[in-house]
Design a protein around this ligand. Sequence first.
Ligand code: MN
Length: 205
Amino acid sequence: MAIYFHEEDLPVGVLADGPVAVDTETMGLITARDRLCLVQISDGKGDEHLVRFANGSAFDAPNLKAVLADPARVKLYHYARFDLAAIAHYLGVWATPVFCTKIASKLTRTYTDRHGLKMIVSELLGEDISKQQQSSDWGADVLTDAQREYAASDVRFLHRLRDVLVTRLEREGRMEMAQACFDFLPARAALDLSGWADKDIFSHE
Ligand code: MN
């Protein structure tokens, strides 16, 4: 189990076939303003790959884009809505099809309103992850070991989480509803990027 660091693209052939866990780190929450700094990706076999983009990057990352855009690979996220928008805006690909652990959690863990990654990793897997570096400077010239460990831990548990959450979704008869939500996420991310980020277009208001 190791964390691999790459500049500007993923090397070819470092991922096994099948679903990949994906996360992004940016300069902030406003996608068009706050540049994409890091894409983390894992095939769930124990290694995490961090792909770093420098300030002023051309985001010319053909290997990474090929994996993200591969329709045969499900991409696992926690809060896919944000990552899909960031990847679409900066890398120009829709990183689908999607499984979102936050949506799956909301559709099954109806006994709580705590759906953060740290909480569900703790409750469903009994593992502990630190969120201390979440709001750190991802645009720094050199990422610290703590930042790298944090970034990697955000994709480390998504395969195992998906397995538990699929069982819960099936138990509650909500797998189809979840899949419909996952399938809508690119449209939701496109709305975010087009000026409807703060509007619920399904609301009566
Ligand atoms: Mn993250």
